[in-house]
Write a protein that binds this ligand. Sequence first.
Ligand code: 13P
Length: 339
Amino acid sequence: MNIGGLKHIAEQIVSPQKGILAADESSPTIKKRFEAVGVEPTEETRRRYREVLFTTEGIERYISGVILYDETLRQNAADGTPFAKLLWNRGILPGIKVDKGAKPLALQPGNKVTEGLDGLRDRLAEYKELGARFAKWRAVIDIDEHNVPSACAISANAHALARYAALCQEIDLVPIVEPEVLMDGAHGIERCEVVTSQVLERVFVELDAHGVLFEGVLLKPNMVLPGKKCPQQASVPEVAEATVRCMRRFVPAAVPGIVFLSGGQSPRDATQHLNAMNAMAEYPWQLSFSYGRALQEPVLSTWRGREENVAAAQRAFHKRCQLNGLAREGIYSAAMETA
Ligand code: 13P
């Protein structure tokens, strides 16, 4: 393990004004997103869509890394340049989703565990050859009104995240550790804070037990939010305060950055929440973004698979990147949305 190299990559990803574009939707997930805007999901439409994102002028000012899916890491731009090289040439680090998805956890009704550890060492070696410098593994934690998540599910997911992170660091890839507590359901913000706290506490115990270097990981958590179906929604300051309290209690200061997922928040909400946290105080870690939907929604709904919409879709993408870059510094304002 090259300690200096891992720290350098992690710090580069969370450098000022910058964050991550999560463009690692699996083929079944991107199919859903495409069908919502009337695009036929083929290998070529997926390739073209990712090319529209990656060739948007000026995004390198706000985007330091892009998480890719296996298929995308093997695809090229129209001129034959591999996507990984195209990103490298723009000063953007390619990353790769390496988990194989969340499956039902045996004997734990309603709970899931993420699979993909078997053969991971060999897959990581190939991904590094192909140009990746960081990886992502997503654990999914659901909340219901009864006993979900169980302590067993939290522990199994934390253990898998730690085994994944250790395998990444062994080969000098920075692991993005993503324990996502879902915002589906009717629970209140207090329940989300309790569950997120339990999950983060367990994750760092397991990372430590597996010898993972905290200075060479990035944490990708959910923000602390009420469930989408909860009648009592929270204000921007409430979300920011609960999220920061939770991170301060459970994320070691040695971790260079926390890169939040958007998790189904609107693009505007995700930007406002990140901005409020960064405007409130100074922290031991950088607070940044690793958004999928919150960066891509306006791009997809503008593009709709049509070449004549590419320029407008790229403008919409650049704007979202820029606004989140400003939110990184706590200097975004809602008026900028319409400017
Ligand atoms: P969202 O920002 O859409 O939640 O996606 C982030 C991600 O990478 C999920 O694994």
